[in-house]
Design a protein around this ligand. Structure first.
Ligand code: URA
Length: 271
């Protein structure tokens, strides 16, 4: 039994979080059948138009099929706005079962750092180390983030760090738009409760979600913008994700330019 559980955990870590069919499907055989059919000689009979059916929408794409998601998103919004404090919000998120990512995650990773900070760093979602330790940015990318913070005189004592998604996606895959939308009310409420004077979005996923844009991070980074939540508007800077910088160290100079702008802004605040 222990072995079975270990094997299943291994699959989940590798990103296999759902089973689609009981039996494998031979797609090659299907393609072959299709090809054979299209190769059959055509008859010269005049083509008869198919009769219109009264109801042609297959059951699985009927509008009601999307309702549970809309309801879950509504429940998330109502719960999030009901949070009057960070403690409330953390409790609500820990008890929320509407996002499938929670089923495979070990912990709900809420935040780290100083809630009274003027600056809030927001990443994408926890990875393996964060899921185990229950804190954001504690793995290799987190260690680089700590060094980047130190370069502009910040630490976890005076900065606040969280993610758009509080649950680790299996195999560290990118969260789906549906997962992101379900979690959006929580990060928006999180921002409203922290009331930062500046948000730094770490990476394309965080920036696209919070800025509600499809533009890529290379286009967005380094330019001042605003994150708008239902009850606040916060000055913001999108920059490159530390995990990306680990893979592409030559791009660190771009992140450094962005961080210098952040430092300048913070110096202006305390001048
Ligand atoms: N990457 C993120 O976006 N967040 C973390 O907490 C860790 C890695």
């Amino acid at each position: 039994m222990a072995n079975v559980l270990e094997i299943m955990e291994w699959y989940v870590d590798a990103g296999v979080d759902i089973m689609l069919e009981d039996a494998p499907i031979d797609r090659f055989a299907e393609t072959e059948t299709l090809l054979t059919k299209t190769r059959e000689p055509k008859t010269q009979q005049p083509r008869k138009l198919p009769e219109r059916k009264a109801q042609q929408t297959p059951a699985r794409v009927q509008p009601t099929a999307t309702m549970p998601d809309a309801e879950t998103a509504k429940a998330a919004r109502e719960l999030a706005v009901s949070a009057a404090s960070l403690e409330d919000l953390q409790k609500i998120m820990t008890g929320f079962d509407g996002c499938n990512l929670k089923r495979t995650a070990k912990t709900t990773v809420f935040a780290d750092g100083n809630p009274a900070s003027r600056i809030m760093f927001i990443g994408e979602a926890p990875g393996r180390d964060e899921d185990i330790q229950g804190l954001p940015f504690v793995g290799r990318a987190g260690q680089l983030l700590d060094r980047m913070l130190a370069a502009i005189n910040l630490t976890r004592e005076n900065a606040y760090i969280t993610n758009v998604i509080p649950w680790r996606p299996p195999g560290n895959r990118t969260p789906t738009p549906q997962e992101t939308e379900i979690c959006r009310p929580f990060i928006e409420r999180h921002i409203e409760l922290i009331q930062p004077e500046l948000i730094v979005m770490l990476g394309g996923s965080s920036a696209k979600t919070l800025l509600k844009t499809t533009d890529g991070i290379m286009r967005l980074r380094g330019k001042w913008t605003e994150v708008v939540t239902p009850n606040s508007t916060v000055k913001s800077m999108p920059t490159l994700h530390p995990a990306y910088l680990l893979r592409q160290p030559a791009q660190k100079r771009l992140a450094w330019q962005d961080f210098l702008q952040v430092r300048q802004f913070l110096e202006g605040l305390s001048a």
